[in-house]
Design a protein around this ligand. Structure first.
Ligand code: GLY
Length: 327
């Protein structure tokens, strides 16, 4: 079965703590050919946006927020503009951000009418003593800090409206969902800054036709994302209920804590999720020493990384293209 194949795309070991790393994903699923080029362009752009922040001396936290915002603003991805619709035809979004230096984290779940949920998650982290605000509470908080709201329709892409209509007639299983074109999953970013700090962020519209009020893995600390300077930062994508059951981000980092490489840890954890709960997905990870890894068990995952002056990217299993960036 497809989810049993672990596609490890990249693993790089570096020594210098002064170099910065930016890795992003645009969701693990069976990305159709018609979205392939735009998805890759979108992740390349997002990785460069995050890397610009890092190269300007910005923090890993600022970089992951910038990278995820750029994908939330891009209707190709299932986050912010372009988010999937729930069973009632509404947009309900989840997002998280986490700082590996302090373990501070903020998240929002089932939030509506916000263009950049990742920035609202960051505000939860920085302006409240809480970790996760949900639904109406998250929207009330957004209002209290003056964050602009938008009419729902402005978040809904033409593609999503069409797919939502088409999907109504079908019921697919867990494995088929993420290895078929019915899914449309999640964006995320991990970064290492020049001070040696790591951070992560994940944002999603969830699963198309999900129950109203359903919250997936993305905004749940340890499942959709986790960052700790002692081990690394991870952002996950794929079938949310499966990721929640195995707490995928923490599972990956628990293998790292036992001395395994990021690549082996990501592969082992995705294999465990496939074997134990038949879930497919993907993950990106970065360590404080400058290792980074990209792995997925779905047919495709759009990803990009900026490591020094080289932009790496891919979509299909085993793919790793490289471009030299202007200095
Ligand atoms: N991975 C996103 C979700 O299942 O909601």
């Amino acid at each position: 079965m497809r989810w049993r194949q672990i596609h490890l795309v990249q693993w790089v070991e570096r020594d210098s703590k002064m170099s910065t790393i930016m890795v992003v994903h645009g969701g693990a699923w069976a990305i159709p050919d018609e979205l392939a080029e735009s998805s890759v362009d979108g992740v390349k752009f997002a990785a460069c946006e995050g890397s610009k922040v890092l190269k300007g001396g910005g923090s890993a936290l600022d970089a992951v927020e910038a990278a995820v915002r750029s994908m939330e603003d891009n209707t190709e991805f299932n986050a912010g503009h372009g988010a999937t619709l729930n069973a009632a035809g509404e947009v309900e979004m989840d997002a998280i951000i986490m700082d590996g230096k302090t373990l501070s984290s903020g998240a929002v779940s089932a939030v509506k009418n916000i263009t950049n949920p990742v920035s609202l998650a960051r505000a939860v982290m920085e302006k409240t003593t809480n970790v996760n605000l949900t639904s109406r509470g998250a929207n009330l908080f957004a209002e209290s800090i003056g964050m602009a709201t938008v009419p729902t329709d402005t978040l809904v892409s033409v593609y999503e409206r069409k797919e939502w209509e088409r999907h109504k007639a079908y019921v697919t299983g867990v494995m088929e969902d993420f290895n078929s074109q019915w899914a449309h999953d999640t964006v995320g970013a991990v970064a290492l800054d020049c001070a040696g700090n790591v951070a992560c962020a994940t944002s999603t519209g969830g699963i198309r036709h999900k129950m109203v009020g359903r919250v997936g893995d993305s905004p749940i600390i340890g499942s959709g994302a986790y960052a700790d300077n002692f081990t690394g930062a991870v952002s996950c994508t794929g079938h949310g209920e499966s990721i929640l059951k195995v707490t995928l981000a923490r599972l990956i980092l628990s293998h790292v804590a036992q001395g395994k490489s990021l690549a082996d840890s990501s592969q082992l954890s995705l294999k465990y999720m496939g074997d134990r709960v038949q879930g497919a997905g993907g993950a990106i990870a970065v360590s404080p020493s400058g290792q980074w890894a990209v792995a997925f068990t779905t047919v495709r995952m759009a990803w990009a990384a900026v490591d020094g002056d080289v932009l790496c990217y891919g979509l299909n299993p085993g793919e790793r293209f490289k471009e030299q960036l202007a200095q």
